[in-house]
Design a protein. Sequence first.
Length: 155
Amino acid sequence: MSNLANVMEDYLKKLLTLSAYGYIEIKRKELATKFSCVPSQVNYVLETRFTLEKGFLVESKRGGKGFVSIKKLNLSAKKLLSMLMPEIQGGRISNEKAKMLLRKIYEEKYISFRELKLMETVLDTLGILEEEPRQALLRSLLLKNMLIVLTGQVY
């Protein structure tokens, strides 16, 4: 499904780029027909590729005339960090969200590509720990400390 998900994600992002309004409205059923898949695969793409953390707002209306509206938000790294800080401090940020935050910080040119890769590697190394709660706690501590060094702020 990942190949289909990638193609569908690229298609929707291209539509967003071409939209004069900054958002698109699509029907799940029509999108499923276009990609010869079931609507649940469309839901999968929307739920995993177009999240708030990734800078998208998805609004859904169900029913016969139902549609999905996708809007690209302009979230700054600072805003995203403030949204995720409770998870970071609470020791429960996922590896995916941590990497997404680091990529956003990189995109906004707060860190170099080399720093991004170094930090991602540090977080990936936590996979050697078998217990997920321990991984999450260490991930949060490391990420928080890396962000303190980067921003000079104490959270």
